[in-house]
Structures are given as structure tokens and as C-alpha cells.
Design a protein around this ligand. Structure first.
Ligand SMILES: [Zn+2]
Length: 216
């Protein structure tokens, strides 16, 4: 089965993807990883990509499509892919449709983790790390207490890049760009919307049940 996973920043998409990879023996594809690999392997395409990124420009759909073609044509990954953060626009989605057909595969389902904006903002902005022991807390959802943390609160620090503006921008960009893609998959009857508000293990259970029903 091939799966596409969508979720706004802070919705726990990465964690769910990692669990699914293990549980269903899938191979995770993120375009960020593909681009980095290509650059690190110093391929001809990788050198081109490096120049584009160094100039602060966006990598074209053509390049992304080439990288995805390499994956879909690779027998090693046949019908066991989970796409994370891809496709990013309708053109990429349409191209992905062509490619999966060409390589005799299909998109089995599209999962979208839905979490209210206010909750995501609290999740991200509330994140605290203990500079002494490295444990991670959240001042709204999982505060440091006497019972779960012996260092006390004086070592807790917030990540410096987690300012309101950056997060709101990331969220807005996600919502604006992703909604049309979700609509596209809804029309193809592939979209499953998951309430991403629950606990990680509950969400995983829900997603696993959907995937298991597809395998049956
Ligand atoms: Zn600590």
C-alpha cells in the first residue's frame, strides 16, 4: 500500500509517520530528505539543487517529480511508501497520479491529521526543554511537576525559533496550500480525516485500523 500523510506543523505527523513505517514496513518519503540525499551524493542533479537552495530559491516541480520518479520506479519500494509533506500542490498531486499508474501502483489512502489552530499554537509555543536533563515538557499540556521531573522549573527553556510569527506563518502557509490538495483527494474518495487532538497512541490506533482495513 502507498499512503500520503498530511498534517500541520505541531500535529505530530512525524511521530505518526515513524510508527507507521515500523508497523506496516513502509518506506518514508519526504522531499526534504530526497533533496538532501541528492546533494550529499553529489549527483549532477544534486549539484543543481544545491545551487538553487543556496540562492534561497524553491526547487521546481520538475526536479521534485524526477526524484519521485526514481522512488516509484525502484522495485525495492514497490507499493510500500508513505509520503510525508508531499504532494505540496495540485500539479504535484496530478503528476503523482500519473507516476503511480505508470509504475503499476496506486495511492491506497490519504490521511489528514486535523488539529485546531489554537491547540497547535499552544503545543508549539508551550514546548519547554530542561537544559539540565533534556526532558521535554509543555506548559499547557504536560507541565513539569515534582512527580515527573526532579530538576524543578528553573532549568526549563523555550526554543528560540519558536516565536509566534514564524509559527503562525508556517500554519497559514500549510492551511492555504494544503486545503486544495485535500479537496482533490476527497473527490477521489481517498481522504481520511483524523482527529489529531487525542493522545499519540490513540491516533495511531485509529490510523492503523484504517490501513489494516485496506490490506484486508
Ligand atoms: Zn530536568
Amino acid at each position: 500500500m502507498n499512503v500520503i500523510l498530511f498534517g500541520p506543523p505541531g500535529a505530530g505527523k512525524g511521530t505518526q509517520a515513524d510508527h507507521l513505517v515500523k508497523y506496516f514496513n513502509l518506506h518514508k518519503i519526504s522531499t526534504g530528505d530526497l533533496l538532501r540525499n541528492e546533494i550529499n551524493n553529489k549527483t549532477e542533479l544534486g549539484n543543481k539543487i544545491k545551487i538553487i537552495i543556496d540562492q534561497g530559491k524553491l526547487v521546481s516541480d520538475d526536479i521534485i517529480n524526477n526524484l519521485i520518479t526514481n522512488i516509484l520506479s525502484d522495485k525495492k519500494f514497490y507499493n510500500r511508501l508513505i509520503f510525508d509533506g508531499y504532494p505540496r500542490n495540485i500539479d504535484q498531486a496530478i503528476n503523482l497520479d500519473h507516476l503511480v499508474k505508470k509504475y503499476n501502483q496506486k495511492i491506497s489512502c490519504v490521511l489528514s491529521l486535523n488539529v485546531e489552530k489554537e491547540i497547535i499554537i499552544k503545543r508549539i509555543l508551550g514546548r519547554q526543554t530542561c537544559s539540565k536533563c533534556g526532558l521535554i515538557f509543555n506548559e499547557h499540556f504536560y507541565p513539569s511537576t515534582k512527580d515527573n521531573h526532579s530538576c524543578g522549573i528553573k532549568f526549563l527553556v523555550k526554543r528560540s525559533d519558536d516565536n509566534d510569527k514564524t509559527i503562525l506563518n508556517r500554519l497559514e502557509t500549510y492551511l492555504v496550500k494544503t486545503l486544495p490538495i485535500l479537496d482533490y483527494y476527497k473527490k477521489l474518495n481517498l481522504l481520511h480525516e483524523i482527529n489529531g487532538k487525542g493522545r499519540i497512541d490513540q491516533i495511531f490506533k485509529e490510523i492503523s485500523a484504517i490501513l489494516a482495513s485496506l490490506e484486508a
